[in-house]
Design a protein around this ligand. Structure first.
Ligand SMILES: Nc1nc2c(ncn2[C@@H]2O[C@H](COP(=O)(O)OP(=O)(O)OP(=O)(O)O)[C@@H](O)[C@H]2O)c(=O)[nH]1
Ligand SMILES: [Mg+2]
Length: 540
């Protein structure tokens, strides 16, 4: 069949266009895009128009039947009329005018060719009006001369025909077998002489193949269709490409932000550790200061004085100042934590926003409320005055006990004087006196040591309680914020994975089609750059 290479390439492009149309429908492409695609498909299907011209009985119908290998032309019912053969599902003849009939036939080759079997020049229907209807649009005009006879009407027609037009004519001598050798030679030579200026007569099939069907114009048309289809494909794939790119960005972001989030959490926890250490130092300092107060203020006179004059100082230094220090440090710790988490939150929010995801609201401004909660917790776990009361109560109980040796000392002293005069028990009294003096002298030191131990235990218990409470609250806050950030990353990763899975099949189809169109364009280029003779040979 003529034009095999061209039709194969065209069929390949047609298949790609069909897939593109399916993709366009699946993607709910715009009406405009679908219309363009439809136009491309119609353009690709545009059949070649071949017209057979010549004298009546020259052999036009026989030539067409031989060329296409089908007995479709030459129906006596069409004699004297122009028969336009087109593809149709069934055989159907539709008169278009008195001299023209459209003959629909189910032959496959008619999908690619519209063939006009023109009325012979001798017949009344062969008017310029009828012929002009087909000739300007014809891809090839098969001009048939009989081997015998003058064919005067043919020459008259050619004499008046437009030269540009005649370039698409292929001149043939039919019925060569029926003519005598000399007669045929004369016919061919005569035709050759008269057509010297016209394109050379090549073997018909080879010429039609290389010169008409696989012509630069037709390849250019195919290339335009492929390029337009490629552009359309690029537009159609735009949304899927952007969905896929966004999905990739989301997945990359979720991945990168996981480590950024872990780093921010580490930083917040390290900062918390430092702040907790600072808090513990407040208690260390308080304990030292309390010990100092006890050392300085608990002495012999203090055991006998009615009022406890160091109580207020003790309360101020070990309770009020500690409370102030703790609250100040807790505020600082909360601010540090807030600043670290806020920075991580805002950085992540901005990154998500860049990806078009609004999974995070603004950072909750609840630092003050958080500090207030912590302050309440501290007040609950360390009521003001408790330590002072504990130490002072012990001091009161202790000093009552420690006044006793002083009384013993006084009594022993009196008894010692009596014993001195009576010389009785003097030695025993002296010993008692010494013992009572020793106990009385060491009484403040004993009490100091006892109270210091109480203070140490109380301060250490306070520190543990407060530190544990503050640390637990702050850790919970860090975990809560980091948990929210992590959850938002999780949802981003999830949507990224889903979008990637959703867009991948379409993206694959787009890429596959783009490759097919590119491949077709390469093939067209290889035809276009092939030397003419080579193209002719391969097509023949
Ligand atoms: N021997 C021989 N006869 C041929 C050849 N070509 C055509 N004929 C015969 O010539 C006669 C006319 O052929 P057609 O093909 O009908 O000629 P046509 O040009 O279509 O004629 P119209 O339709 O009447 O204009 C028929 O009887 C054919 O069998 C050929 O190559 N050799
Ligand atoms: Mg005929």
């Amino acid at each position: 069949m003529i034009g095999d290479a061209y039709f194969q390439l065209r069929a390949q492009i047609g298949t790609s266009l069909f897939s593109l149309a399916k993709l366009a429908r699946d993607l709910d492409a715009s009406e405009g895009a679908l219309a363009s695609l439809h136009e491309l498909q119609a353009g690709l299907r545009e059949p070649f128009l071949f017209v057979a011209l010549g004298e009546s009985g020259a052999g036009k119908s026989s030539l067409l039947n031989a060329l296409f290998g089908r007995d479709f032309a030459g129906d006596p019912a069409f004699t004297g009329r122009a028969a336009v053969f087109r593809h149709g599902a069934e055989t159907r003849d539709v008169p278009l005018a008195e001299e023209i009939v459209e003959a629909e036939r189910p032959h496959i080759f008619l999908r690619d060719f519209t063939i006009v079997d023109a009325p012979g020049f001798g017949s009344p229907a062969a008017t310029p009006h009828v012929l002009q209807r087909f000739l300007p649009a014809a891809d090839a005009v098969l001009f048939v001369f009989p081997a015998a006879g003058e064919a005067r009407a043919s020459w008259d027609f050619l004499a008046q025909a437009d030269r540009e037009f005649v370039r698409r004519f292929v001149f043939l001598v039919q019925q060569a077998d029926a003519a005598e050798g000399d007669q045929l030679m004369r016919a061919v030579l005569g035709l050759h002489d008269r057509l010297r200026e016209l394109p050379g007569l090549e073997k018909l099939e080879r010429y039609l193949d290389a010169g008409i069907i696989a012509s630069p114009v037709r390849f250019q048309k195919l290339r335009e269709i492929c390029t337009a289809a490629d552009d359309l494909l690029f537009q159609l794939g735009g949304r899927t490409r952007s969905v896929s790119e966004t999905a990739e960005r989301k997945l990359k972001l979720a991945d990168e932000q996981q480590s950024a989030l872990a780093a921010a959490k580490d930083e917040a926890l390290r900062s918390l550790d430092r702040d907790v250490w600072s808090l513990s130092q407040i208690f260390e300092a308080a304990q030292r200061r309390g010990g100092e107060i006890l050392r300085r203020r608990i002495n012999q006179p203090a055991l006998w004085r009615l009022d406890i004059e160091w109580r207020d100082l003790f309360f101020r230094e070990l309770e009020e100042r500690v409370r102030e220090g703790v609250v100040r440090n807790v505020q600082l710790a909360a601010e540090h934590c807030d600043a670290t988490l806020r920075a991580a939150w805002n950085a992540q929010r901005e990154k998500l926003h860049e990806c078009g995801v609004e999974a995070l609201g603004p950072f909750p401004d609840d630092c003050a409320a958080h500090v207030a909660t912590l302050e309440r917790a501290i007040a609950e776990s360390d009521p003001l005055g408790a330590t002072t009361s504990a130490v002072v109560d012990r001091f009161i109980a202790g000093r009552v006990l420690l006044r006793l040796p002083a009384f013993v000392f006084a009594g022993a002293a009196v008894l010692a004087v009596i014993a001195w005069f009576t010389a009785f028990f003097f030695g025993i009294m002296l010993m008692l006196l010494a013992l009572a003096f020793a106990v009385t002298a060491f009484a403040p030191a004993i009490l100091q040591e006892h109270l210091s131990a109480i203070l140490r235990r109380a301060t250490s218990a306070r520190r543990e309680r407060i530190l544990a409470r503050v640390e637990a609250e702050m850790r919970a806050e860090i975990d809560r914020v980091c948990g929210e950030l992590k959850a938002s990353l999780g949802s981003v990763a999830e949507s990224g994975t889903k979008e990637r899975a959703d867009s991948q099949p379409t993206l694959d189809r787009v890429l596959q089609l783009a490759e097919l169109f590119d491949h077709s364009i390469d093939e067209i280029e290889s035809y276009e750059t092939r030397p003419a003779a080579d193209a002719g040979n391969s097509a023949a």
